[in-house]
Design a protein around this ligand. Structure first.
Ligand SMILES: [Cu+2]
Length: 104
């Protein structure tokens, strides 16, 4: 008997890559829409010290609110495991970067 198991390798999604990044000049909405995210994958944020990564609620994503963040990561790279189905929201917490488009 031969058992065939389909093994789907986890994918690391470098946010904004390959031609951009977690910065002010990358269209992160376009990037996100180009990706297929599967449970088990990782988001990898690579950024310089002028940025950070803040996971926020859906409401705070819409308003760029930074109150009661789910998590904050200030050192790059920030690897976020996508462990369950559903939506996740990330913004940059520095200055007005979120309202300038640093959100995904
Ligand atoms: Cu930033």
């Amino acid at each position: 008997m031969v058992m065939l198991l389909e093994v789907v390798a986890a994918v690391d999604h470098t946010v904004g890559g390959p031609n951009g990044g977690w910065d002010l000049s990358t269209n992160l909405v376009t990037w996100a829409s180009s990706q297929t995210f599967t449970v088990g994958d990782n988001l990898v944020f690579q950024f310089d010290s002028s940025h950070d990564v803040v996971e926020v609620t859906s409401a705070n994503y819409g308003s760029c609110g930074l109150g009661s963040p789910i998590s904050t990561t200030v050192s790059s790279p920030a690897t976020i495991a996508l462990t369950a189905a559903g939506s996740r929201y990330f913004v940059c917490g520095r200055g007005s970067h979120c309202s300038q488009g640093m959100k995904v």
